[in-house]
Design a protein around this ligand. Structure first.
Ligand code: ADP
Length: 266
C-alpha cells in the first residue's frame, strides 16, 4: 500500500505543495491498482484456454472418447482455444505498443467509402448466416482522410464484427457523413442486445465485458474496443457510444478533416 501523506494546513505554497503531493499519491495508487488488475486479468485470460488445451489433449492422448466424432469435436475445441490464445497475445502486444507510444501509423490518403464497402462485402456471409441485413449510407462530399488505411479498416472491422456478434435479429446501419469542414462521422448502429447504461463508461477498458461468459461464448477477447479507441485517438479522432439494453447500440467515430491536407489531395 502507498503511504505518502503530507499534512500541512498552511494556505501558502507549502499548503498547495502538500495538496499536490497528496493528489499524486492517490494517482499513483490508482495506477498500481489498475496495473495489478491488468496482470490478474491477463493471467486469468490465458489460464482459461490452457485449462481447455491440457484437458482435451489428455482425453485424446489417453483415448478417453467414445467415437471418432467425439474426438474430432475435442480437436476442434483445441484448435479454437489455441486460436483464441494466439489472438489474445497478438492483441496484447499491439495494445502495449500503442500505450507506450511506440506504434507507427503508415499515413496515406484513405478513402473510407472504399474501406466500408469492402468490409460490408467481407462480412455479408457472416451477417446473412444470422439473418442480419447490413446497410451502408454514404453522404455527400466525403473527403479522403489522412490516415493508416489498414488500421482504419481494423477499427471498423472490430466494430462491425461486434455489431454482428451482439445482434440476433434486425439490421446494422452504417452511415458516413461529412460534418461541415470539421470532421467525417462514421456511425454504426445495430438492433442488438445493447449495453446497460451503467456499463457504458467501461466498455473501452481493457478486458471489460458486459457479461463475461457471454463474450467468451461469442469468441471475444475483451481487448477489441480498447484497441479501437487507441487507434481512433492515434488518428486524432474520437469515439462515442450510445446504447440501450435490448434495443441496440450505436458507435460514432469522428476523424478530423484538415483543410490544408484536404486541399493537397487534388
Ligand atoms: P469482446 O472481444 O469481448 O467483444 P470488446 O472490447 O470488443 O470485447 O467489447 C467489450 C464488450 O462490449 C463486449 O464484451 C460486449 O459485452 C460489449 N459490446 C461491444 N460491442 C457491442 C455491441 N455492438 N452490442 C452490444 N454489446 C457490445
Amino acid at each position: 500500500n502507498f503511504s505518502i501523506r503530507v499534512d500541512a494546513m498552511a494556505k501558502d505554497e507549502i499548503g498547495s505543495l502538500a495538496a499536490a503531493i497528496n493528489d499524486l499519491a492517490v494517482e499513483l495508487q490508482r495506477y498500481r491498482d489498475t496495473r495489478s488488475e491488468f496482470f490478474a486479468n491477463i493471467s486469468h485470460e490465458l489460464r482459461t484456454p490452457i485449462t481447455y488445451l491440457e484437458g482435451y489433449a489428455k482425453v485424446i492422448k489417453e483415448g478417453l472418447y467414445a467415437s471418432e466424432e467425439e474426438k474430432n469435436q475435442y480437436l476442434g475445441i483445441i484448435q479454437k482455444e489455441s486460436q483464441r490464445m494466439g489472438r489474445l497475445i497478438y492483441d496484447l502486444f499491439e495494445l502495449s505498443k500503442m500505450e507506450a507510444g511506440k506504434f507507427d501509423l503508415d499515413l496515406e490518403w484513405v478513402d473510407l467509402v472504399e474501406i466500408m464497402e469492402n468490409l460490408v462485402r467481407n462480412t455479408s456471409l457472416q451477417a446473412k448466416e444470422k439473418g442480419l441485413d447490413i446497410q451502408l449510407n454514404i453522404g455527400h462530399e466525403l473527403p479522403l482522410i489522412f490516415g493508416d488505411g489498414l488500421r482504419m479498416e481494423q477499427i471498423f472491422m472490430n466494430l462491425l464484427t461486434n455489431a454482428i456478434r451482439y445482434t440476433n435479429k434486425g439490421k446494422i446501419v452504417i452511415d458516413l457523413q461529412r460534418v461541415a469542414d470539421r470532421h467525417v462521422l462514421v456511425s454504426m448502429e445495430d438492433t442488438g442486445i445493447g449495453i446497460p447504461q451503467e456499463e457504458l463508461k467501461h466498455i473501452f477498458e481493457r478486458f471489460y465485458r458486459v457479461e463475461k461468459s457471454r463474450s467468451r461464448q461469442y469468441g471475444g477477447t475483451g481487448l477489441g474496443l480498447a484497441i479501437v479507441k487507441q487507434l481512433v485517438e492515434l488518428h486524432g479522432g474520437q469515439i462515442q457510444v450510445h446504447s440501450q439494453s435490448g434495443t441496440g447500440t450505436r458507435f460514432e467515430v469522428r476523424f478530423p478533416i484538415e483543410s490544408e491536407k484536404e486541399r493537397r489531395k487534388s
